[in-house]
Design a protein around this ligand. Sequence first.
Ligand code: HEC
Ligand code: HEC
Ligand code: HEC
Ligand code: HEC
Ligand code: HEC
Length: 193
Amino acid sequence: MERIFDILKKPAVYYSLLIAVLAVVGGAAWAVYETQIPPEQPIDFPHNIHVGLQIQCLYCHPGAWKQASAGLPTQDKCWACHQQLTKYWDPENPVPLNQWPPELQKLAAYVENDEPIPWVPVAIVPDHVHFKHRPHIAAGVACQDCHGDMSSVTVAENPQLMNMGWCITCHQQKTVDDPVKREKLISCETCHY
Ligand code: HEC
Ligand code: HEC
Ligand code: HEC
Ligand code: HEC
Ligand code: HEC
């Protein structure tokens, strides 16, 4: 795939050919990204409860600022907080594990077995697309402009398809007054390796 995208650095005459080729070889493979249906997760993690508690997005997804990928919290990070919830751990009046809410019993089992929680990706673009959170956050684009209002969802879902048209539409909207920047933000090699 990298090779193919090297061609993008060559004159525009190649583009239509490239699009034709990729449409044939890539159609099926990328179809998986073209859905907004949230997958089954190992734990039904309630975003609404946690965001409602004012826990910052970056507390659980710190990479959204520092790295290419936002990252997901480990079971230890969940536990560091959950083991302090006196609702369950009150030494005077401990709640037996089998009376905890079922999703928290699952969390406790991952912690007990020291097993990473196998979260299923929801927000994802294909490997040939160059996406980094950082320039977006730095330009003042909010998490919810791309991921929707997470305080109203339980398991994460995409509010729109994360396809090329979506990226380019916003890049055009954000650069109405800046033709130079626009040219860069809509040129193929900005988003494709
Ligand atoms: C900073 C603290 C904190 C962190 C981190 C945290 N939680 Fe929570 N979580 C809470 C609080 C507080 C509640 C509400 C507890 C209550 O009122 O029953 C809650 C509720 C929940 C519930 C709902 C329980 C129910 O009553 O049905 C689940 C499931 C859950 N958390 C799972 C997780 C998982 C999985 C992680 C890690 C990805 C995590 N939490 C990380 C504080 C936290
Ligand atoms: C307490 C920890 C916690 C907080 C706070 C939190 N998240 Fe999450 N987030 C998770 C976990 C765990 C998952 C994986 C489960 C899932 O996809 O539902 C996740 C998944 C996601 C996903 C999908 C990721 C993927 O794998 O494709 C997005 C997007 C997301 N969160 C955005 C946000 C935003 C935006 C906020 C703030 C408004 C936020 N989250 C706050 C724990 C958290
Ligand atoms: C400009 C749109 C945009 C903004 C703003 C944005 N995201 Fe994302 N986010 C994406 C895209 C696109 C992906 C898929 C990235 C990939 O597959 O490499 C993604 C992936 C994720 C994931 C999945 C896990 C990962 O590491 O890739 C999480 C979690 C996430 N974003 C959280 C956040 C949080 C938290 C914020 C705010 C601090 C935020 N995002 C802001 C577009 C955005
Ligand atoms: C909601 C609006 C929005 C969406 C959606 C969006 N972007 Fe952006 N993007 C921006 C803004 C704003 C900037 C920063 C422009 C600047 O430099 O001021 C940016 C910058 C970038 C850059 C950095 C360009 C550089 O300076 O090197 C890349 C790469 C990029 N976006 C890729 C993507 C991809 C890929 C997608 C879709 C998966 C996407 N963007 C979706 C608004 C958006
Ligand atoms: C702002 C980011 C952005 C720019 C600029 C961009 N693309 Fe894309 N492109 C994407 C994303 C995201 C995908 C993956 C999602 C999809 O298939 O729509 C993609 C997918 C593709 C695909 C695969 C389509 C398919 O059938 O799955 C081709 C071919 C492609 N781009 C060619 C180009 C060409 C040629 C240009 C320049 C004229 C270009 N892209 C500019 C973001 C961008």
